[in-house]
Design a protein around this ligand. Structure first.
Ligand code: UDP
Length: 402
C-alpha cells in the first residue's frame, strides 16, 4: 500500500503537511464509497488510489461495488447516455429494474459508516433504502450540462435526498438543485502502475506482447469503445493523417463491467478498421493492462482524445504527465487540463480535418511536440495529482462532519 510520504518528492513538503493536519481532526472517521465497477473507466481508477491514501492518513475508508444484473447495467448505460443528452424512453419497467437492483443490493449491504459517498447514477437510488444517520454525498463524474429533461426530473427525486453533491467542474452544476455542492476536479496517481516511470525495456517488452510494432510513429487513443469517445472518427482522422505521414494508429479500450455497449461498439470499429486501406496499421486492443496503457502513453508521438462529450478525460491527464502532446476535443473537462498550442491542441469535436492537420504538424515537428509535452507535465503536477484530491476530500469531510 502506498503512503502519503511517497509523494513528497513530487508535490513538496507543504502539501503533505497540509493533508496530515486536515486529516488529524478526522482520525478514525468511517467513510464508505460505493460505485458500480472496480475496473475500466476513470472512477474506478481514482478510487483505487484514493482509498488507500485516505486510510494511510487515518480515515477508515471503505469501498464497495454495487452488484447488478446485465439488464440493470443495460439500463444504467442508457441512463448514462441520456444524462449526457441522448434520447431515452423512460418506461416504468426501466425505472422499476433500476430501483429493484438498488433495493436488492441494500438488502445485503449493511452500512455503519459515518459518511457515505455514492458515485454516479448507478447506485444513486440506494439512499432510498437506508435509514440514514449520516451525511450522504452524491459524487457525479459525468457531464450534467445537457441531461435529457425527463430523466433529469426522475434522477433529481433521488438527488434531493442527499446532503451534498460533488461535480467535476463548475459547468456541470445544475442551478435547479437546491443543495450544497462542491467542485472537485479529477486527478491521476503519479505512482500507480499506469503512471509511474517505467524502464524502456519494459515498454518494449509490453508493446511486443500486445503486438504493437514501434518502427513507425504511433498515434493512440485510449478509451472505452463508447460512442461518446468517437472511435469511428478517430479512424477517419487517421486516414487523413496517413496521407501525409506514415504512422500507426492504436485504439486501446478495455471493457468495463458496467458498460454492456462496449462489445457492440468494438465490433463496429473492428469492421471499420478492417475495411480501411491501411488496416494492417490500425491496431485494436481490448486488454486490461495498466502497464500497456503506461507504455502506449509514453511511446506515442501524439495521444488523441476525440470525445464528443467528456466528464473530465483522465486519459488526457495521464498522457500529459508522460510528456506526450495531446490532440483533444474542446469539450467537457478537457479544456481545464489543456492549453491550446501549449500542451497540445484543442479541436472542435466534429472537425476531423483540423484534427488531422494538427496531428501531422506534431509528427513533423518533434521539437515542438517535446516542448508541449514538457509543459503538459508541469500543468498536471500543479493541478491534477492525487494529493490535491485527497486534500479536497478531507476538506469536504471536515466541513460536513465537524
Ligand atoms: N483505461 C484503461 N484501459 C483502457 C481504456 C481506458 O485503463 O483500455 C483507463 C484510462 O487509462 C483512464 C480511464 O480508464 O484512467 C478512463 O478515464 P476517462 O476519464 O478518460 O474516461 P471514462 O472512461 O471515465 O469516461
Amino acid at each position: 500500500m502506498r503512503t502519503i510520504d511517497e509523494y513528497r518528492h513530487l508535490v513538496g513538503d507543504k502539501v503533505i503537511s497540509e493533508i496530515i493536519r486536515l486529516a488529524k481532526n478526522l482520525y478514525g472517521l468511517r467513510v464508505l464509497h460505493i460505485n458500480s465497477t472496480y475496473y475500466g473507466g476513470g472512477v474506478a481508477e481514482m478510487l483505487y488510489s484514493l482509498i488507500p491514501l485516505l486510510n494511510d492518513v487515518g480515515i477508515a475508508a471503505d469501498w464497495r461495488i454495487l452488484r447488478g444484473t446485465p439488464e440493470f447495467f443495460t439500463i444504467t448505460k442508457k441512463f448514462h447516455n441520456a444524462v449526457q443528452g441522448d434520447e431515452l424512453n423512460l418506461t416504468d419497467v426501466k425505472k422499476s429494474l433500476y430501483l429493484q437492483n438498488n433495493q436488492d443490493f441494500a438488502s445485503y449491504c449493511k452500512i455503519d459508516a459515518e459518511c457515505v459517498i455514492i458515485h454516479d447514477p448507478q447506485p444513486l437510488p440506494l439512499i432510498r433504502f437506508y435509514k440514514r444517520r449520516q451525511p450522504w454525498i452524491w459524487r457525479c463524474h459525468v457531464d450534467l450540462s445537457h441531461p435529457n429533461p425527463q430523466l433529469w426530473e426522475y434522477l433529481k427525486g433521488f438527488i434531493l435526498r442527499y446532503d451534498h453533491v460533488v461535480v467535476s467542474d463548475v459547468q456541470y452544476w445544475k442551478e435547479d438543485l437546491p443543495l450544497p455542492h462542491s467542485i472537485i476536479h479529477p486527478v491521476i496517481d503519479p505512482l500507480s502502475s499506469k503512471n509511474k516511470d517505467i524502464p524502456k525495456s519494459l515498454i518494449a517488452k509490453t508493446l511486443k506482447k500486445h503486438g504493437v510494432p514501434t518502427d513507425k510513429p504511433i498515434i493512440t487513443q485510449i478509451s472505452r469503445f463508447d460512442k461518446w469517445k468517437d472511435p469511428a472518427n478517430v479512424i477517419e482522422m487517421y486516414k487523413l493523417v496517413k496521407e501525409h505521414v506514415d504512422c500507426r494508429l492504436v485504439l486501446c479500450g478495455s471493457m468495463a463491467s458496467d458498460d454492456p455497449e462496449g462489445i457492440m461498439m468494438y465490433e463496429k470499429i473492428h469492421k471499420l478498421a478492417n475495411n480501411h486501406l491501411a488496416s494492417k496499421d490500425i491496431i485494436l486492443i481490448t486488454a486490461e493492462d495498466n502497464i500497456l496503457v503506461n507504455a502506449l502513453q509514453r511511446v506515442s508521438a501524439v495521444v488523441i482524445q476525440k470525445s464528443i462529450r467528456e466528464g473530465f478525460g483522465l486519459t488526457v491527464t495521464e498522457a500529459l504527465w508522460k510528456e506526450t502532446p495531446v490532440l483533444a476535443s474542446n469539450v467537457g473537462g478537457i479544456p481545464l487540463q489543456m492549453v491550446d498550442g501549449e500542451t497540445g491542441y484543442l479541436i472542435d469535436p466534429y472537425d476531423t480535418k483540423t484534427g488531422a492537420e494538427r496531428i501531422v504538424s506534431l509528427l513533423q515537428h518533434p521539437d515542438e511536440a517535446k516542448r508541449m509535452g514538457t509543459a503538459g507535465k508541469e500543468l498536471v503536477r500543479k493541478k491534477f495529482l492525487i494529493t490535491r484530491h485527497l486534500y479536497d476530500d478531507l476538506k469536504l469531510l471536515s466541513d460536513l462532519i465537524t
